[in-house]
Design a protein. Structure first.
Length: 231
């Protein structure tokens, strides 16, 4: 009889490049991220993050016990699914251990960056789309699948600082000349940069941008940038 449904695991050798597993030959299998707020190409299963990356558990059994006790929060909400996808800018909190992390990009791979508790109640979201709801109300789509009511001040590529307590936008970071960004894709992924100049795409080509990095000036695609600071 044919198998039905999706697979819950995959071979470690086939793991996406963004998953920070350095020794893929140590074991044959690993958990596979389920469909969710992030694509499988840019997501880490929660169980892999806790066990293999953070080293907070030795076995999947231990991970499941911690998750079932609702001790791990992702963006302020308890998650119990071991294959829940964790992606860019997600906030991981373990209140019992007073540990808080923000997922960022380091050398092209997703890595947890330790943060203070006061910073764990905010999340940065990139605007990836806009549409109009019935009644003429604007609706903004973000990189992690969220959608919230917006206004005409929010443009594609801008970043908002969202409060995870009341889900309200606290600050808007515009994508313009002088803005501080993180390169999240391409061969320069993980580098912090400052926007210097825009180059409009021609004949259907994507817009490019010149950015200043600690290593010098780099030309990359505009879509590869995630605004993290004001000009």
């Amino acid at each position: 009889m044919a198998k039905r449904g999706r697979s819950n695991h995959m071979k470690r050798l086939a793991a996406p490049k963004a998953v920070p597993i350095h020794n893929k030959k140590a074991h044959t299998w690993m958990a596979k991220a389920r469909p969710g707020p992030h694509s499988t190409r840019m997501a880490i299963p929660l169980s892999v993050l806790l066990r293999d990356v953070l080293g907070l558990a030795d076995t999947l059994f231990e991970v499941k016990k911690v998750l079932n006790a609702r001790r791990v929060l992702v963006d302020g909400a308890a998650r119990t699914e071991p294959s829940f996808p964790v992606g860019l800018m997600d906030i991981i909190s373990i209140p019992d251990m007073k540990l808080h992390y923000r997922m960022t990009i380091v050398r092209g791979k997703l890595e947890p960056h330790k943060i203070d508790e006061k910073d764990s109640i905010h999340k940065m979201l990139k605007v990836v789309g806009k549409n109009t709801l019935p009644g003429g109300k604007a609706n903004v789509l973000f990189h992690d699948g969220r959608n919230l009511p917006g206004d005409t001040h929010m443009k594609m590529g801008d970043t908002v600082l969202l409060s995870l307590k009341d889900h309200k936008v606290e600050k808007l970071l515009k994508r313009g000349v002088g803005a501080k960004c993180l390169v999240v894709s391409g061969k320069h992924a993980g580098i912090e940069a400052k926007i210097e100049k825009f180059f409009e795409g021609k004949e259907g080509r994507p817009t490019e941008v010149l950015v200043k990095t600690p290593q010098g000036e780099v030309r990359t695609l505009l879509d590869y940038l995630f605004v993290v600071g004001e000009a």
